[in-house]
Design a protein around this ligand. Sequence first.
Ligand code: ADP
Ligand code: MG
Length: 471
Amino acid sequence: MQETVAAASGASLWPSCLDRLAQELPQQQFNTWIKPLDAQWTPDASCLTLLVANRFKMDWVRAQYAARIAAILEQIQGYPVQVELALAPRQAPVAQEFSGAIRAPIAGEEPVQTSASAVAQKAAEAAAPDAHRSRLNTVLTFANLVEGTANRMARAAALHVAGAPGQLYNPLFIYGGVGLGKTHLMHAVGNRLLEERPDAKVLYIHAEQFVSDVVKAYQRKTFDEFKQRYHSLDLLLIDDVQFFANKDRTQEEFFNAFEALLAKKSHIVMTSDTYPKGLADIHERLVSRFDSGLTVALEPPELEMRVAILISKAAAEGAEMPEEVAFFVAKNVRSNVRELEGALRKILAYSRFNLKEVSIPLAREALRDLLSIQNRQISVENIQKTVADYYKIKVSDMYSKKRPASIARPRQIAMYLAKELTQKSLPEIGELFGGRDHTTVLHAVRKITAERQQLTELNQQLHVLEQTLKG
Ligand code: ADP
Ligand code: MG
């Protein structure tokens, strides 16, 4: 019993983590250190034990990868996962892998490949040649991307690009907060194009990996190869470009690749946590290029979309989620899809472990911790502090009489959020903002409400603030 449940709850989690690591790490590192790991879960999926073949590997994996693995799992799962390492029960062939002259790899150097993992790597490449070359995660497709108001426009643009790359909307710039489906959408574009044109040259790359490719090309003086690799693509999918901030050489290389690709009508799709002009420390000429095609936002999913996502993800796991339970969860977990997935995983694990049907009381029980955090009241003080930090003004300016726009506007935004996110009345809010009249608060609320409809920039900032405050 115990084991079946453990296998069920961790079943999709570890493969997702592996996918992520496969994208982040150089292939050789991944194949040598990560792929051979054996994953064992506790029934509630809160602790993962990774079995390694010998002590040497154990130390190396712990030092180099354990923290990252825990961080990825937490991201996927929505709550912390304890990662432990243990020696696998002795099995003749694996245990001998590092006998003989053991040499610890030097940081930054790729470890000597063992013959066993070399074979594994060849097999993997033969099995999925395109997935490997393109670094696409074949699981992330349009078919399992639920459509809703929040992503309709971005999805339509992405579909268009996948169907006719190099034509309209080039580059396509997709932005939005964490866990809203940017990476998913990107992979969907690549997977769709390869379905239709298997010979297309597609590359998915995280911006951090691009940075490290530039560094490597720099150290090894292999810029020609680097250029050849990037400039020959039909579709470049580059994720989280905000990571280019302050990396001058990377920005220059990216600019070159960008120009070369656009000139030969290859398509570029980018994502970021903010719209192009909101990007900090990226050269103006790049920013204006980013904005020269189509820029679309992914919004946090609305209630109905959250419900649909829960039901479809449960079905994908072979589980049934009654609609009223999906509504209950969707009402309580609001910020992003990744958190919804974490909540769903908890509920399914809980249901399997206790052999109980998925119901509202069960969901309430399974999400106890999460709900108590969500229900923590948002206070006006917290809003004032968060908004002041965000706009880099002093908290005391929230209740001061100062009137320059640089202060008055964040103050109005904070009043608006106080009205939206707390139960306080207008006079109470006015009181907490340095004894202001309730008409002042009302004016602020109306003004920001109206402007929010008009100004994408403001709308995006408010989304970020709301997400931060809701935790
Ligand atoms: P981001 O890159 O914006 O942080 P991801 O693309 O990693 O977000 O999405 C987080 C998780 O939510 C992924 O597992 C993804 O598959 C899922 N997801 C996001 N949007 C949707 C959607 N509309 N339908 C189904 N799953 C979604
Ligand atoms: Mg992402």
